[in-house]
Ligand binder design. Structure first.
Ligand SMILES: NC(=O)c1ccc[n+]([C@@H]2O[C@H](COP(=O)([O-])OP(=O)(O)OC[C@H]3O[C@@H](n4cnc5c(N)ncnc54)[C@H](O)[C@@H]3O)[C@@H](O)[C@H]2O)c1
Length: 470
């Protein structure tokens, strides 16, 4: 099918490249000319595993980009909207969605064939059937249901594994305002024959996306709250606690052959320094506000956000516990991306961590294997610099804060051994082996006072003498 995708960001470009690889004719409409040129030259404008290879296979064949929406819509059978839907502090900001809907409507005026418009962006329930539908009708002069159809197809890909997630989805949610729209949308996804399809109305489709992200964010905040409690409990480690929780057969079933399956969902039951990214914070906030507007008190969602907001502070407190005075101290921050595998720093916990360190007059050195410029939210200061590699970042450091779980940081112990230095290491993701460091603090690791017995895992033992690093 010929498909236009408005918005060539993480979702639009990955969806476009994957659908193009499946044989659809895709044209991406992107307002950023730099991205348009980059895509048409086969250069990937974002860091995403597998995407450069997909672009190499499809660009110039079944995939191209343009900044001219009218041409793209009029030659297509369907148009997806994959533009950004940021949270403006009070509610979801629909500026990009509204602009896209108006532009598509004006283009539809020039066509006579039935056209399917599909909202792929994450939008609060009712947006597709109200805001988008009325803008399309107003600007096209056409009738929804007769001249064009309207679908809602939320996206579940995760940055870092976006191509794999799109190509092997858990489920595909197919929302539609009527059977004709839904059948056309289903046809687009015929190439995913083995995937479970959920055929629902548009509002339910919108709600499924928010409920899914809110559940995952809830698991993370729950784990962080348990972790914060473990931090206060002598001889307790949140990693052992949550590992024990996950052995519940309802979380990790035992198959008839006796083998235990560890579903991906258990990876969200882990304590850390908070969730970030372009989805969880804004989506939970948007659902929370939407819920309030409907007169439903979002107590759980409020708690999820509040716990998450405090988590970078909890993390920095592990440092200041051991090193109360940061003025004159050099602190290395490892990681800027909100998670490994992406160059996205939107709402990254690293931002809040750095802001707090600067407020405490620390000298901050930042290193991320992929992100080489500071996010705009970090105040410009002569007290912050970016290092080129792990060794450069840590060689002067009095303390090292691991914020993003990049694989490269697993070499930290070797790097410090080569430097013959043992600064304080504070592990915000619990990916390091405590026993490899003389001075180690980890999120969710309580003070160690005793040997816990023969099965005690020495690798998770913190340094009882950690205060000496201060
Ligand atoms: N990033 C994710 O992991 C992810 C996952 C699932 C769902 N989503 C949702 O998908 C949507 C898009 O997210 P994203 O991360 O791809 O955003 P993004 O900011 O990376 O990309 C949006 C793109 O749309 C372009 N754009 C905006 N208005 C335009 C217009 N009128 N015409 C042409 N181009 C326009 C922007 O220039 C930008 O390149 C959001 O609603 C988001 O919540 C994101």
């Amino acid at each position: 099918m010929r498909i236009a995708i408005v918005g060539g960001g993480y979702v639009g470009l990955v969806s476009g490249a994957c659908l193009a690889a499946h044989g659809h004719d895709i044209v991406i409409v992107e307002s950023d000319l730099g991205k348009v040129q980059s895509i048409n030259q086969g250069n990937c404008p974002i860091f995403e595993a597998g995407l450069p290879e997909l672009l190499a296979k499809t660009v110039g064949k079944t995939l191209k980009a343009t900044d001219t929406i009218e041409d793209a819509v009029t030659i297509s059978d369907a148009t997806f909207i994959a533009v950004g839907t940021p949270f403006d502090g009070t509610s979801i900001d629909l500026t990009q969605i509204e602009q896209a809907a108006k532009d598509i409507g004006r283009a539809l005026k020039k066509t006579s064939a039935y056209h399917l418009v599909v909202v792929k962006s994450t939008v609060v329930p009712g947006t597709t059937d109200n805001t988008v539908a009325s803008l399309l009708e107003q600007t096209s002069g056409k009738k929804l249901g007769t001249d064009f159809g309207l679908g809602m197809n939320p996206e579940f890909l995760r940055e870092g594994t976006a191509v794999e997630d799109f190509m092997t989805p858990d489920r595909i949610v197919l929302g539609g305002n009527d059977a004709r729209a839904q059948n056309k949308l289903t046809q687009i996804y015929d190439c995913f024959a083995d995937t479970d399809k959920v055929r629902v109305n548009n509002t339910t489709a919108e709600m499924i996306k928010y409920a899914s992200n809110s559940l995952l964010a809830t698991l993370i905040s729950f784990s962080n709250e348990i972790g914060n409690l473990c931090s206060e409990l002598p001889d307790t480690d949140v990693t052992s606690v949550l590992a024990g929780v996950c052995l519940d057969k309802r979380l990790s079933p035992i198959m008839p052959n006796g083998e235990r399956v560890t579903p991906d969902i258990t990876s969200y039951l882990a304590a850390g320094c908070g969730f970030g990214g372009s989805c969880f914070p804004k989506d939970v906030n948007a659902l929370r506000k939407f819920s309030q507007q409907q007169g439903v008190k979002p107590s759980v969602l409020d708690a999820v956000i509040n716990t998450n907001k405090l988590q970078p502070e909890q993390f920095v407190a592990l440092l200041t516990d051991s090193m109360p005075e940061l003025q004159g101290k050099t602190v290395a921050v490892l990681g800027l991306a909100f998670k490994p595998g992406t160059d996205d720093t939107r709402e990254s916990p690293a931002i809040a961590v750095i802001q707090q360190l600067l407020k405490n007059d620390a000298q901050v050195v930042v290193y991320d294997p992929i992100v080489t410029t500071l996010p705009s939210e970090v105040p410009s200061s002569s007290n912050i610099s970016i290092a080129k590699n792990l060794n450069e970042a840590t060689k002067q450091a009095d303390a090292i804060l691991l914020v993003t779980a990049w694989d490269e940081f697993l070499a930290l112990a070797d790097v410090l051994n080569a430097q013959k230095r043992q600064p304080l290491v504070v592990d915000g993701r619990r990916v390091l082996t405590a026993g490899d460091f003389q001075h180690y603090r980890g999120i969710g690791l309580g003070p160690q006072t005793q040997n816990n017995g023969p099965d005690d895992d020495k690798s998770n033992k913190p340094d009882s003498n950690v205060a000496s690093a201060a």
